[in-house]
Design a protein around this ligand. Structure first.
Ligand code: 5GP
Ligand code: ZN
Length: 113
């Protein structure tokens, strides 16, 4: 499959991986929008959050637990951080393999742009 994030998970494309296990991979975003900007993806190819099924419930929960672990390691857990998953075009989704953005290390604005 011609998916850039599947290739990153399989290490066919290099990235700065900060965490990985059987279910998920976390790596630094190539174009960071904050001092900490990590993407957390499932190894399973799922194009958008809209394609999630009942079978994916544990997988989605796991992405959040990985995000917590990385936030602790990056020392932004207590300061605060933001988790974002963009779905489809108006949200700004550009890579169609679901990913949680973990953003932190600076004050975030609300509402987001
Ligand atoms: P989206 O816009 O789909 O929510 O987020 C896609 C993210 O993937 C963007 O923040 C973009 O910088 C990042 N990205 C796109 N291609 C690559 C890549 O090849 N390597 C890494 N590490 N990040 C990428
Ligand atoms: Zn994929």
């Amino acid at each position: 499959m011609d998916c850039i994030f599947c290739k990153i998970a399989n290490k066919e494309i290099p990235s700065k991986i900060v965490y990985e296990d059987d279910i998920a991979v976390a790596f630094e975003d190539i174009n960071p929008q904050a001092p900490v900007h990590i993407l957390i993806i499932p190894r399973k190819h799922i194009p958008t959050s809209l394609a999630l099924t009942e079978d994916d419930k544990a997988l989605v929960g796991h992405l959040f637990l990985v995000a917590n672990k990385v936030a602790e390691e990056k020392r932004i857990a207590d300061r605060g951080f933001r988790l974002v998953m963009n779905s489809n075009e108006e949200a700004g989704q550009t890579v169609f393999h679901i990913h949680l953005h973990l953003l932190g290390g600076r004050v975030m604005q609300w509402p987001p742009g």
